[in-house]
Design a protein around this ligand. Structure first.
Ligand code: SAM
Length: 213
């Protein structure tokens, strides 16, 4: 892996504490509005018996919802290994352990090691990865029917917040960075893999894009 994507950086940022916070938030308040947008779009395209590939799924709250709505199986790809205890607990409580395969793999680096799926989702992931073109090319290339991703809206508030976060990491000698990638560039990348935009939703500070093949 290039220096920009050192798994140790992801391990330190996406820690067990981060995982527990995500689970607690989900159990108290359900999906975030952006994640809800992804679930709504995917369901509108027909999720019944579909296979799902979730890239950077964290503890797996979105995939639990997609399975509830009728998906047959989810493969989750992660770089951080710190989500596993929380993910296992969520799946156990939902009775869905057998429907999810969890792997540690960066699809942008190893696209050939991942099977295609009917639906590919990435929620709050592209902003944690420097090379959006490589990530979304691989993601779209694995989507048989539909793909949806969320990204931070390219506005002044998000730019200030992401800039401050990166400055803090630079001061604390952590090489992990967050990114506000160009929205049109991301869409063009997915389009170049044969997909067409079919859905857009603005949800608080996040934008959701849904595409179909
Ligand atoms: C902000 S977290 C979001 C986790 C989850 N989707 C959520 O919304 O709670 C971003 C996650 O994406 C993962 N990630 C980033 N790039 C990835 C890649 N190329 N392959 C797999 N996981 C990736 C990171 O490890 C991290 O866990």
């Amino acid at each position: 892996m290039p220096e920009c994507c050192d798994p140790d950086d992801y391990q330190s940022v996406f820690s067990g504490r981060f995982a527990r916070r995500q689970t607690k938030r989900y159990q108290r308040r359900g999906l975030t509005p952006a994640a809800q947008g992804i679930a709504d779009f995917v369901a509108s395209r027909g999720i019944e018996r579909a296979t799902v590939l979730e890239i950077g799924g964290g503890v797996g709250q979105l995939q639990v919802e997609l399975l509830r709505r009728g998906a047959s199986h989810v493969t989750n790809l992660e770089i951080s290994q710190n989500y596993e205890a929380e993910a296992a607990r969520l799946l156990d409580e939902a009775g869905m352990t057998d429907q999810v395969t969890r792997r540690f793999l960066d699809i942008a680096q190893a696209p050939d090691e991942v099977e295609p799926a009917d639906v590919v989702v990435l929620h709050r992931v592209v902003c944690c990865y420097p090379d959006y073109a490589a990530l979304l090319t691989s993601a779209a290339g694995h989507a048989r029917k539909a793909m949806a991703y969320s990204h931070p809206a390219a506005n002044a508030i998000n730019r200030a917040q992401f800039g401050t976060e990166n400055l803090y990491r630079w001061f604390t000698r952590n090489d992990f960075r967050v990114f506000i990638h160009p929205p049109q560039g991301m869409v063009r990348t997915a389009e170049s893999e044969g997909m067409t935009v079919a859905f857009r939703r603005h949800a608080r500070d996040w934008d959701v894009v849904g595409l179909v093949r």
